[in-house]
Design a protein around this ligand. Structure first.
Ligand SMILES: Cc1cc2nc3c(=O)[nH]c(=O)nc-3n(C[C@H](O)[C@H](O)[C@H](O)COP(=O)(O)OP(=O)(O)OC[C@H]3O[C@@H](n4cnc5c(N)ncnc54)[C@H](O)[C@@H]3O)c2cc1C
Length: 325
């Protein structure tokens, strides 16, 4: 029987081969009978299903367990890949574990957070990762990745680049017991009265996100549709001469300059663009929404038109952050 595949864009997507697993033995047993291609999913909040039926097998980890071990000034929390990411952040805040609070309210599961290296307000999940326990579908056995093997970059990791080779089972995070906050991004400091606490920072992040991002329960989206593009310093200098107010940021590697995809979309006149029921979100140009009955083709057409317009205006090519399957 066909099972609906969760996806926050609200697209019609189902599979005849849906599998849930909590550990490597269960996963191994599922893989043995699962037609290929294999697709591990979480909440589908970064996926665009191009066809109503996914021809292959879809897997979701349903392990929501967690266990904690204490060190000197830190804790290690080993979390099942199926826990909702925001439940994990809430757990950290309740227990006085520092580091994840700026990542409050990001949709999706813990396993996907380690694959995507999710980020917001100057924080990235990858910087909290102590190890990632996966099942290696090529070698046919479990394996552990340590931070220097995860190849974390901007919304990228070895897991993301592996072509669905690794299925995440557990993620171990290292969180500090020593109070420390990062409030310089997104005007968080201005939203906090008095001394910051974990709870206050979480509430400020949630309030800020709710004021500008669509709630996936109400309006379909996959968050930022495009990545912020990185251009060479030479290209940036030429662009800045023409557009002195162009927002720009340093990159983690120091190579190139990161531009704001939202600003490029806005300034190239794409804000009112739509295709069928797919449209640019009025509060945030980087987000494409499904106003109700958009199909995958509508969203792909709108994204292609935006890429073309930005290219014509600025000579910069936007790359989707959302993955089409
Ligand atoms: C309203 C909204 C706001 C958002 N805001 C942000 C934000 O601020 N920052 C940010 O970084 N992202 C943001 N996102 C994007 C999204 O929340 C993240 O990419 C999230 O990590 C996706 O989680 P998911 O469980 O839905 O994964 P899915 O979308 O189901 O999958 C994402 C990728 O992970 C893989 N995957 C999933 N689970 C596993 C597993 N167990 N093992 C191996 N691979 C797996 C999938 O194959 C796919 O490649 C936002 C999305 C929405 C809808």
């Amino acid at each position: 029987m066909a099972v609906r595949i969760p996806n926050t864009l609200g697209l019609e997507a189902c599979t005849d081969n849906w599998f849930e697993y909590t550990d490597s033995e269960q996963l191994e047993a599922c893989l043995a009978k699962a037609p290929k291609p294999w697709l591990p999913v979480g909440a589908g909040s970064n996926l665009l299903f191009s066809k109503p039926v996914f021809e292959g097998s879809v897997f979701r980890c349903t392990d929501t367990s967690w266990e904690v071990s204490r060190g000197n000034g830190y804790v290690r929390v080993r979390v099942g890949a199926g826990m909702r990411w925001d439940d994990f952040v809430a757990l950290c805040v309740e227990n006085g574990w520092y580091g994840a609070e700026n990542l409050s309210l990001i949709p999706g599961d813990v396993g996907a957070a380690a694959v995507q290296n999710i980020g917001a307000y100057g924080a990235e999940a990858g910087s909290l990762v102590s190890s990632v326990e996966v099942y290696d579908t090529v070698a046919g056995h479990p394996r552990v990745f340590f931070p220097d093997e995860c190849e974390y970059g901007y919304r990228s990791s070895v897991f993301k680049k592996s072509g669905k080779r690794y299925f995440v089972l557990k993620v171990v995070f290292k969180l500090s017991l020593v109070p420390s906050f990062s409030l310089e991004y997104g005007n968080l400091a201005a939203r906090i009265e008095g001394e910051p606490t974990l709870q206050k920072v979480r509430e400020a992040v949630i309030a800020t996100r709710q004021s500008k991002l669509p709630d996936p329960e109400v309006i379909g989206s996959a968050g930022s549709f495009f990545m912020n593009p990185v251009v060479s310093k030479k290209v940036f200098t030429a662009l800045q001469k023409k557009y002195p107010d162009m927002p720009h940021y340093p990159t983690a590697t120091g190579r190139g300059v990161k531009l704001s995809a939202g600003w490029l979309i806005d300034r190239s006149g794409c804000k009112d663009m739509s295709a069928g029921d797919a449209a640019v979100y009025e509060k945030h140009a980087l987000i494409l929404v499904n106003r109700g009955h958009a199909c995958a083709a509508d969203i792909i057409r709108l994204a292609d038109n935006i890429i073309k317009k930005v290219e014509e205006t600025f000579g910069v090519t936007l790359k989707p952050e959302v993955e089409t399957v």
